[in-house]
Structure formats: structure tokens, C-alpha cells
Design a protein around this ligand. Structure first.
Ligand SMILES: *Cc1c(COP(=O)(O)O)cnc(C)c1O
Length: 340
């Protein structure tokens, strides 16, 4: 495990417990309050109570719907009328699309020509318009900039007050569902989820330990913490595809929040992520995507020592079912050798 020094002063670029409580009031009628289940097999093998927060059963298939719902609810009347735009082929795109559809707000998700048809259909299925532009994420971004110039509001996937506060509502639920919790394992990509969850939990249960989990292949937050400032990493194919991408060189909230609130960060190999997916299926009877299963994978790999009650978040379930089938059948899937 890697330890990072904590800065001594509290950062101003931080989301507070009050903002998270306000987010819960805002979105409580929109989101699903997801269940918690004890993991019999992990509790037995780890020797401490281990619970699973079944957030992959959230509407749109991941927790991203919480933050997106909160961000959309905070739009002004003028912004609502002009509509929302986002760049994401994955869970943020789905969550944002669903949140906008619920609120009756126009939503455009921009993506490149290289995005596979099934991902396009998934976003359309949640009710958004898909704008296909260019052959790279950068060209898709240029199309978004043009829409923003015309008055639409861009909602980013993690580095945004209302997004972080919305994801933090998951931390509030955990603090109430397992007040005796000692360790919480949380996925880390851009850091919106862990920032919100850690802010809520550490405000309510100051002694809780927050452990972040990413994949070895392209962990931008880990590299940034090691460098002491946000850095770019090469994006690599991984089974934990929802954890790919950078944290933004102009990161405002999540980098300082993770540096302040997260106790450890653990990285997993592809085989360890696959084991997490398999265990979720065969032992817990849950269909979980690679990113959602990294907490389980980290425990199975013996990468985290537990001293008391523990909560894992199954953060999403949007995995290609034929890929899932191959993984749970025991195939040694190497996504770096395949085109997505
Ligand atoms: C986006 C996502 C994450 C990571 O969330 P960040 O806020 O970007 O750190 C984890 N799991 C799933 C399923 C996701 O979609």
C-alpha cells in the first residue's frame, strides 16, 4: 500500500457535509436507496464483518446517477431551458442522460466516431441525443465547446461541487447502514465518488479508514498523488474500463480532497480485477462490472489488512454480457489484446 502525506491545512476546494446533506434532500425522491448485503464468504475469509453496498442496482446502472441528478437539479431556469451537454461514452453519459430525461431537460452526449454501436444505443436508451463528431475524444470535446458557446451547460463527470455532493449521498447511507464500520473500500478514477463518500463518512465517523482502489493500467489519481500535482497518464485498455481517463490538469476539487481524506490507495492487476468479477457472480450472485468489483478483488488478493467491520461498494453493473460470460467462465481475458 502507498501512504501519502496529508497537507496540514484544510483545502478550500472541498465539498462539505452540509452540501452532501442538501444533495440528499434534493435527490432523495429521484434516486434508488440501494440495499446493503452481508458477504458471507468474504466475512468468513477476512475474519471481520464485510458488507456490500449494492450500488450497481442504482438507476442507470451506477452511482453516477446520484451526482448527475444533483447537478441537473441545481440548474437555473435559463440553463434548464437551454439544455445540458456531456462527453462520456460510459456511466457518466448514462447517468446524465437519465437524470436529464427525468427532469425534462434536453441532453446531448458527444462522442467520437470510434465509439461502438452498443454504447451509443445505451446512451440513447437512457433518453439522450447522441452527437457523433470526429475520430477522437478531443474532436468530440470541440463539438461540446461549440454547444456551450451557444448556451448549453456542460456537466463534467467528477470535478464539480454538485457531482461530488451527489456521490457523497452514498457515504451518508453507509454511515447509517453500518455505523460501526472501520474501513470503507472505494473505487478511484477521477475521484468524485471517493471525495464525496470520504467527506460524508469522515465528518460523521472521524475514525473510519478510507482505502481507494484503482487498476495498475493507467491510474491517473495515483500517479498525480505521487507527483504531488495532477499529471496525465496514458489511457490503457483494462477490465476496469470505468476507472480509465485522467483527473484533469486543472483539477479543482477531487485532487485536494483525495489527498486530504484518503488513507491508502491500492492498485490491482487485470487478473485480480477478473477475480473480483468472478467472486461477485459465483459467491455473491451479483453481475458487476470490472470497476465495480475492484474492492472485492483487492480483498481476494490480500492487498488490504482489515481490523474491523468493512464496507465495499459495488459501484456499477454496466459490463458487456459476453465479456462477463467469458470472465466468469474462467477464461483468461486480456482486454489489452482486444479492440473494444
Ligand atoms: C465512474 C466510475 C467509478 C469512478 O468514479 P470517479 O468519481 O471517477 O472516481 C467507479 N466505478 C464505476 C462503475 C464508475 O462508473
Amino acid at each position: 500500500m502507498t501512504k501519502f502525506a496529508l497537507p496540514t491545512e484544510r483545502s478550500e476546494n472541498s465539498v462539505t457535509l452540509d452540501e452532501i446533506i442538501e444533495a440528499r434532500r434534493t435527490i432523495s425522491g429521484m434516486i434508488r436507496h440501494t440495499p446493503v448485503e452481508p458477504s458471507v464468504s468474504l466475512s468468513k475469509s477476512m475474519g471481520v464483518p464485510v458488507n456490500l453496498k449494492l450500488e450497481h442496482s442504482q438507476l442507470s446502472g451506477s452511482f453516477k446517477f446520484r451526482g448527475a441528478s444533483n447537478a441537473v437539479a441545481h440548474l437555473t431556469e435559463t440553463e434548464r431551458a437551454a439544455g445540458v451537454v456531456g462527453v462520456s461514452t460510459g456511466n457518466h453519459g448514462r447517468g446524465l442522460a437519465r437524470a436529464c430525461a427525468n427532469a425534462g431537460v434536453r441532453c446531448v452526449i458527444a462522442m467520437s466516431e470510434l465509439v461502438p454501436q452498443n454504447k451509443i444505443e445505451a446512451i440513447r436508451g437512457e433518453g439522450a441525443e447522441v452527437l457523433i463528431r470526429g475520430r477522437s475524444q478531443d474532436e468530440a470535446q470541440a463539438a461540446v465547446d461549440a454547444l456551450v458557446a451557444e448556451g448549453m451547460t456542460m456537466i463534467p463527470p467528477f470535478d464539480h461541487r454538485h457531482i461530488i455532493a451527489g456521490q457523497g449521498t452514498l457515504g451518508l447511507e453507509i454511515s447509517e447502514e453500518m455505523p460501526e464500520v472501520e474501513t470503507v473500500l472505494v473505487q478511484v478514477s477521477g475521484g468524485g465518488l471517493i471525495s464525496g463518500v470520504a467527506a460524508a463518512l469522515k465528518a460523521r465517523l472521524p475514525h473510519v479508514r478510507i482505502v481507494g482502489i484503482s487498476m495498475e493500467r493507467g491510474a491517473a489519481m495515483h500517479a498525480s498523488l505521487a507527483a504531488g500535482h495532477p499529471v496525465e497518464v496514458t489511457e490503457l485498455a483494462t477490465l476496469a474500463d470505468s476507472l480509465g481517463g485522467g483527473i484533469g490538469l486543472d483539477n479543482c476539487f477531487t485532487f485536494p480532497m483525495v489527498r486530504e481524506l484518503v488513507d491508502d490507495l491500492v492498485l490491482l492487476s487485470e487478473a485480480e480485477i477478473a477475480n473480483g468479477i468472478r467472486h461477485c457472480y459465483w459467491e455473491e450472485r451479483q453481475i458487476v462490472e470490472g470497476s465495480g468489483a475492484v474492492g472485492v478483488g483487492a480483498l481476494l488478493a490480500g492487498k488490504i489488512t482489515l481490523s474491523g467491520p468493512t464496507m465495499l461498494i459495488l459501484s456499477g453493473g454496466n459490463i458487456d454480457m459476453s465479456l462477463h460470460h467469458r470472465v466468469i467462465s474462467g477464461e483468461d481475458v486480456d482486454v489489452s489484446q482486444e479492440s473494444s
